[in-house]
Structures are given as structure tokens and as C-alpha cells.
Design a protein around this ligand. Sequence first.
Ligand code: ATP
Ligand code: MG
Length: 574
Amino acid sequence: MLMNSSKSSVEPEAVNSAPESRPANFLQERIAEDLRSGKYQHVQTRFPPEPNGYLHIGHAKAICIDFGLADEFGGKTNLRFDDTNPEKEDTEYVDSIQEDVRWLGFNWDGLYYASDYFDQIYEWAIQLIKAGKAYVDDLNADEVREYRGTLTQPGKESPYRNRSVEENLDLFIRMKNGEFPDGARTLRAKIDMSSPNLNLRDPIMYRILRAEHHRTGNKWLIYPTYDWAHGQSDSIEKVTHSMCSLEFADHQPLYNWYIEQLGIFPSQQIEFDRLAITYTLLSKRKLLQLVNEGRVSGWNDPRMPTLGGMRRRGYTPEAIRNFVWTVGVSRTNGIVELEMLEHFVREDLNRRSARVMAVLHPLKIVIDNYPEGQVEQMDAVNNPEDPNAGSRKVPFSKILYIEQDDFREVPPPKYFRLSPGKEVRLRYGYFITAKSVVKNAQGEVVEVHCTYDPATRGGNAPDGRKVKSTIHWVSAEHAVDAEVRIYDKLFTKENPTELEEGQNFTDNLNPNSLEVIANAKLEPSLADAAPGSRYQFERLGYFCVDTDSKPGRSVFNRTVALKDSWAKIEKKAK
Ligand code: ATP
Ligand code: MG
């Protein structure tokens, strides 16, 4: 979509983002120690997404750690696609992941795919077979599970475990050549069926799978498992610190076992806690379900916790990085409040966003004593947080819109906004006093007649008289119509996977997570705002132009409301 933003008199945002600070953490200390002790002479990390979905904010944490730590130690970071599950993977995901990593502000050194290493990994399997450390098993998936035992019961050895090297070699090569049906046989590492760590009970290295791979096509009929591919890929890339989330901790002994058996570069795995956020699901599988079932408009629906969704909603990479650094890393999983993420979004947008006026629920105001046909250009400050952002002109005229909420015919106690007989300030405009109302057949106020005081131009009274309220407005004749989408939490439960009997996590979806305002009124400077531009709508929140916008018909997303409930939560905690 092409939209012309050059005509706009308001630059959507100056580059005045919030500063970043990174608290120290145990990963940093570990790397520093490895360099000091001479264990490694360089730092090489990798970010290893499986291309089976779009990246979410949990991945942002891993990305910041992988890239951020390497940067800090003058090291390098590869982007490596962990593409060992051809049935679930797709180039759409490969492309979106690259876009999202770049958007978040990182550049990889090498771009690799585990599938680049399939030949080498196959050769290494042959090496393990020859060393008597791997065997072809004829048990089917159910039997393998049954023989595996449980946490409290040791496993049983497969009757095929003690095949000769020659037989194993022959069968494995025939597995590769497609002589057996899918699932008929596996290649397993010969480790220890009674190990207390289930990952060491003869883990599967290869399975037979006739599936077209998005990169290797139909070349392979056997695919390595995650465990058999990951550490070996790390080693090929001379990765020193292979950082991953805690659920892989139990896999570390296996990771090390493969590397030791092969005698290859000793990459080491280090685990950190997984990011979890209240009211948010961070699982590609479940997010995919939301997309497939049409519960959201796609992976980049602005309510999604994906980087694509957050970008479209108006979140900035700076805000996400600051959030991630502040959450920090530890060795135990916890949960972070969604309000904390929103706090960082607000903090960054506050610095960088131009202020504009927009009315979401318009109520017509007629200023009876204002000259018919007169238009004045009022000076409005673009960003009080940024003196370089300058000012703009906003047209003022006889008929205006204000928010319905900013008028009450019968004001409740402590209501200081407009009501009959009350005087308020129109931001950058004049003081006005409500005189009378016009109602429709249903008795609703549809028009308020006011008078203005010409001496208060710009918003101050020369006689020093004060008003208790300043409200925003838009000139009716000059207003631009727009659709505005207001978002709320996607789930109603803090933990969306907390279910009653018979429920599915989609039962916890918030039916009111999207409210569409069809006819909001915006100040005219927003007429040509380009998709992605971010603004603060005064008194309402931060908004950004959605990619659904068409020339003459803008769509805005509310990124986040103004009220900072995190600041309150933090204060309470002190
Ligand atoms: P999901 O459970 O959403 O499918 P995943 O862990 O399967 O995520 P991968 O593509 O395998 O996704 O992950 C790539 C990297 O991102 C891994 O190193 C993983 O540890 C890390 N990662 C994924 N989710 C999180 C999270 N919530 N917090 C921190 N790191 C994460
Ligand atoms: Mg995974």
C-alpha cells in the first residue's frame, strides 16, 4: 500500500526513544569466566528458531540474550533455522522470522539451516553405528514408549539393541534409501535404558518420514530428531554458548554425550528461564490454532503476542528490548505482568510520539458567538517531551467535535468537564461555556450550544480566571474520518491455560478484545499518515496507522491507553 506522508505537517515521531540499560546476569558472568579461564577464545552464539510459526515475545527474550551477549563480548551470532520437522515447517515462517529479528534490531553473522548439515549429521550417525553406539530398532512408536519406562521405573532394552555393527549399517543405509515404510524403524543411540534421565534411555536419532522438506525437497526419507541435530549443528558452527530455555535442561546430558562420542567442537548448552506474561499465550502451536480457527485475523493480528502483531499494533523494538532487559534472566520460571510490558511501550512512545487531537466518540459543539465561516489556525505543540519536535497549526471553527464523555447534561459530583453553565478550556483554543443542548427523539444529547470568550485565545484568560478542565476537540469541517480499533486483553484469564473440566483454552478468549469505532474524527494533519506511523491522541492513548488503511480511509490501532497501571502496581509493592 502506498500512502503519502510527506504532506503531513506532523512528523509521526522523532527518534527520541527511551534509553536502554542492561542489568548484569548469570549468563554474562558465565561467558566472562569461560573467556578468563581460556575454555573458549571467542564467543559464538546462535538463535535457533524452528520455522513452524511466527516469532513471539518469548523469542524476543531469547534473541536479546543470544545477540545481546555475543555483542557485549565482541562475539558473533548466527541465525539458524532448526528445520528438522518438515511436516510443520514452511518458508513463510522462514521469511517472517528474518523480518522480525531484523525489526527487533539485530543482524546475524551467519544464516544457516540445520538442513544444511543433514549430510554431515548422517555421516556422524554412521560413525556412531560403527563405534557400536547406535542401532537400528524395529520397535514401533508405541512399543518404544512402552519400553522406555517412567520416572520411577527403569526402561527395558529393545530386543533389537544388540544387532551387529554390520547389520545396523546395512539397515540404516536401507532406511535412508527408502526400503522401509514410514515409522517402521528408527536409529537409536545406545546409552542406558535404566538411566534416571529419560533422555538418555536410548534416544531416537532418526525416524523414517516421507515428507517434502521446504529446503531439501524429497532428498531425505529419514530426518534427524531435534536432540541429534541441535548440538551437532552448534558444534559445526563452533558455537561456544548455546543458550536455550529451561525445558531443555534435562536434554543437556544428551547434548554433551553426542558431542563427546563424536569428539567434535565442544559447544555447551546453558539454560535460562522462559518468558511468560499474564493474559498471554506463548506457544506457537496454540497461536497457530488461533490463526487456523479464525479467532484472530492472522499471525500479525494486533492482539497477538507475536512480534508481527506487536509491530502492527504500534509497539516499538526499543520498548520490547527494554522490557526484556528489565525482566532479566534467571534459572527459575516465573510470570511477568502484562502491565509491565505496556509500561515500557508507553515509556518509549511518550518520548517519541507526536501529540495530535482525535475524537473517538464525537459530540457536536456549536459555538454560537463564533463568526460564521471563520477559521483560525491555532498553534499546537507536537511533543512536550521533545523540544525539537516543534509545533503545528490546527484549524478552529464554529462547529467542533468533542468526546461524548466530556459532556454531561447533569454532571455527577467532581465532574469538571463540560456541563450546562460550566466553562472549560479547549486545548490550544478558547474557553467555552455550555449554554443549551439539542436532543434526538431518544432523548440523547446530540448537540451542545456554547459561547466562547475571544480574549482566551490559545487557552489562557487575561483576567487570570481558571478553569478546572482542558478537553480536546476537532473542527467538524476539517476533520478526517477514520476507523479506530481498540484492543483489550486477548484472554480473560491471567493464565489462559487454566481450564474448567471439558474446556479448551479458546474458551478463555476475551469476546471483547476488539472494539471497532467506525467514525472517529481526527485533526486534518493525520489525513495522509503512513501505515506504521505512531501518535499520541491527546488524553486517549497511543495509536498507530494500521496496514489496512486505504487512501482516504485510515485505520488506526490503539497501541496502549495512557493510564499506566504498572506504575501503580510498582508503587503498591514498595
Ligand atoms: P514455542 O513453545 O512457542 O513453540 P519453541 O521453544 O518451540 O517455542 P523454538 O523455535 O524452538 O520455539 O525456539 C527458538 C528459541 O527461542 C529457543 O532457544 C527457545 O529456547 C527460545 N524460546 C522460545 N520460547 C521462549 C520463551 N517463552 N522465553 C524465552 N525463550 C524462548
Ligand atoms: Mg520448539
